[in-house]
Write a protein that binds this ligand. Structure first.
Ligand code: FAD
Length: 368
């Protein structure tokens, strides 16, 4: 049996961020991934970094999103340098546009979010930024600090940087259970044998709930399907992320990503006619000229959903040696820097940042 300080189960953006943060702080880490690095939700993601404008209220997740966003510039510089992979992070700004009935709520939000650099742009001002907007668009909330990153390249950059710091990646290997010593987890059982470890971190994304079969664990994480499409980028390219008519448009190199549906369909990852039609309808409602773009690709991924849309980060009550870092729903790319640091702090120093109280896995544990 091989032995490591920490076994990380799952090599998506969360597992790789955790592996990077831990190995950077000197831990001996192995990531066990049944497939390839970043092959699932982290690859499917649009890569939007939008904690300020994405949700209609400024609840518990708002502050966490902001803190994680702030970590991006220095983190990207570090992992790019270590891995040689550029995750294409861009603080492009985000424009959330609206038609007549959306103007008042959006204008009110722009005023509320002024401290974060947001402001209301009227019809003329939004067209100074993007002249191809549909005539029905009457204005928009401009948020300059938000942007986007390539989720797949970010995952690979975390992995490459972690490997440079000594982390090992065991790919094509499925974890099938935990090794227990009474209420303590002391490693994992895999398709390639057992691995002993002082700590195990579960980062299996939408599949984390399946680990309930591995012991007395309550893990309320369900897959939430998202379909996306990409179009050949219109010329000139969009200047920023544009969000309207229930659809967001994220410029990415020579393509434009259009997302995303939200569907409760189990582990189904088919793309459907209805899903693609809805995305095209939203995109062309915001910008009719997109109808002329070449259609490139459609795909679907599984977001790890939780009952309150917040992730589970930290230990489970009554179980030692096991930490959760899962259930990041629509914001795993955004929250990956913060999650990695928080898990590394917890495992290496026994402390979790106070701001993460809302993500305590204990909130879902059944009493009695
Ligand atoms: C269409 C779509 C658009 C999105 N857009 C955004 C966005 O704009 N911004 C944003 O921040 N987030 C976005 N998200 C959400 C984001 O993609 C997820 O929150 C994030 O990728 C979750 O990362 P993860 O590492 O937890 O999961 P995953 O990337 O799914 O990784 C989990 C890994 O665990 C592995 N695994 C599972 N079970 C086992 C096992 N038993 N043994 C070994 N390995 C196992 C899997 O193979 C997988 O590689 C989007 C998601 C989708 C689907």
């Amino acid at each position: 049996m091989r032995s490591h300080d920490v076994v990380v189960v799952g090599g998506g953006v969360i597992g790789c961020s955790v592996a990077f943060a831990l190995s950077r702080m000197g831990a001996s880490v192995v990531v066990v991934e049944r497939d390839r690095v970043g092959a699932h939700a982290s690859r499917a993601a649009a890569g939007m970094l939008a904690p300020i404008t994405e949700s209609p209220d400024e609840g518990a997740g708002f502050q966490l999103g902001l803190e994680s966003l702030d970590l991006f510039p220095s983190l990207i510089a570090e992992i790019r340098e270590l891995s040689g992979i550029d995750p294409r992070y861009l603080e492009s700004g985000l424009l959330r546009v609206g038609e007549a009935d959306e103007v008042e709520p959006l204008r009110a939000r722009a005023a509320r979010l002024e401290a974060h650099g947001c402001r209301w742009l009227d019809g003329q001002e939004v067209r100074e930024r993007e002249p191809r907007l549909a005539p029905a668009i009457e204005g928009g909330l401009w948020s300059p600090r938000e942007g986007h990153v390539d989720g797949f390249l970010l995952t690979r950059a975390y992995a490459g940087a972690a490997a440079r710091r000594g982390a090992r990646f065991q790919l094509g290997t499925t974890v099938s259970g935990l090794l227990w010593d009474k209420k303590r987890v002391r490693g994992v059982r895999t398709s390639a044998g057992e691995i002993a470890a002082a700590d195990v971190v579960l980062c299996q994304g939408a599949w984390t709930g399946l680990a309930e079969e591995w012991g007395p664990l309550h893990l309320p994480i369900q897959p939430v399907k998202g379909q996306m499409i990409s179009l050949e980028a219109p010329q000139p390219e969009l200047p920023c992320v544009i969000w309207g008519a229930g659809t967001y448009l994220v410029p990415r190199d020579d393509s434009l990503r259009v997302g995303a549906t939200v569907e409760h369909a189990g582990f189904d990852v088919r793309t459907t006619a209805a899903g693609i039609a809805a995305l095209l309808a939203g995109a062309t409602r915001v910008m009719p000229s997109l109808a002329d773009c070449t259609f490139r690709e459609a795909w679907a991924g599984l977001r790890p959903g939780t009952p309150d849309d917040l992730p589970l980060i930290g230990p489970l009550p009554g179980v030692s040696g096991l930490t959760l870092a899962a259930g990041h729903y629509r914001r795993g790319v955004l929250l990956s820097p913060l999650t990695g640091l928080a898990v590394a702090d917890w495992i290496l120093s026994g402390k979790l940042p106070a701001g993460l109280a809302a993500c305590d896995p204990a909130r879902f544990q059944k009493s009695g």
